[in-house]
Design a protein around this ligand. Structure first.
Ligand code: R5P
Length: 290
């Protein structure tokens, strides 16, 4: 078993190679002056099971790099190519929202199905995307790691998801924290005013953990945090698996009242405080046992 690192996951690839006791190969990455990518994988992959660890932090470049690396690995005779992309770019366009749009993750799933033998990810936005792949699509869950990270920072906690769709994430975290969970409901009070509050629970005098799969612009999360504080929450920690945090999102969350923002290194950011290394290593080891 061999570990190959993409440019976005060099540290994660090293840690996973240690945890799985596997060889990590040297890979060169360069960008030509016109923006095109150059990669070269050094070492022997012939007849080996290769795990390409390449999260997709830099969306378009990460995807092109993945394509080039898979092509090189196939050409060099890898027995199997297993793409480990903890953050899978374009996964949020998992259906047509308007006529004329592509189902972006379906288009990419077709591509990966031709290039690799297996795709491994963490908390995909919607698990139904599995159906778009013609190869095994395996996913892990990092929410319990997020909950373990914040466990000693919260007193008398409740866990909330930002919407009903993400309630399972809140449930998972609540099991680690041994507390109640709920989801946030948005109610329109007037054309210009909304209220965001837990559907069933009261947050007065509670510490709150909000869990989501992605924080992107942070807009809804920042509004929710401010309102939870108004409703009497003492401390609010905003957490997510993939801290995409576009532009000023992090600042928006802190100014909105977040006491801490926590994410994983599935998507590298200033708040990637929890590693998915053990989850990835376990998934790889399980594959190897099968
Ligand atoms: C939505 O369904 C996702 O789970 C996230 O809640 C969403 O992507 C977060 O986006 P933003 O940070 O831009 O509000």
């Amino acid at each position: 078993m061999i570990i190959v690192s993409g440019s976005d996951s060099q540290d994660l690839a090293y840690r996973v190679s240690k945890l799985t006791n596997s060889e990590l190969l040297r890979t060169e990455f360069k960008k030509f002056p016109d923006g095109e990518l150059y990669i070269r994988i050094h070492g022997d992959v012939k007849d080996k099971d290769v795990f390409l660890i390449q999260t997709q932090n830099n969306q378009n470049d990460s995807i092109v790099e993945t394509i080039l690396m898979c092509d090189a690995l196939r050409d060099e005779g890898a027995k199997s190519i297993n793409l480990v992309a903890p953050y899978l770019a374009y996964a949020r366009q998992d259906k047509k929202f308007n006529d004329g749009e592509p189902i972006s993750i379906r288009a990419l799933a077709k591509l990966y199905s031709n290039l690799c033998d297996r795709v491994i990810t963490i908390n995909p936005h919607e698990v139904h995307i599995e159906a778009f792949f013609d190869i095994p699509f395996i996913y892990g869950n990092a929410v319990d790691k997020l909950a373990e990270y914040v466990k000693d920072k919260l007193n008398n906690p409740v866990v909330l998801s930002p919407d009903k769709g993400a309630i399972e994430l809140a449930k998972t975290a609540s099991e680690v924290l041994d507390c109640e969970y709920d989801y946030l409901e948005k109610t329109r009070i007037s054309p210009t005013e909304i209220k965001i509050a837990p559907k069933n629970l009261d947050v007065k005098d509670k510490d709150v953990l909000i869990v989501d799969d992605i924080i992107s612009t942070g807009g809804t999360m920042a509004t929710a945090i401010g309102m939870l504080k108004e409703q009497g929450a003492i401390k609010v920690i905003a957490s997510c698996v993939h801290p995409v945090l576009i532009g000023d999102a992090l600042n928006k969350l802190y100014v909105g009242g977040a006491d801490e923002v926590v994410g994983t290194d599935s998507f590298l950011s200033e708040v990637s405080k929890v590693s998915v290394d053990n989850i990835v290593a376990d998934m790889i080891m399980n594959y190897n046992k099968a």
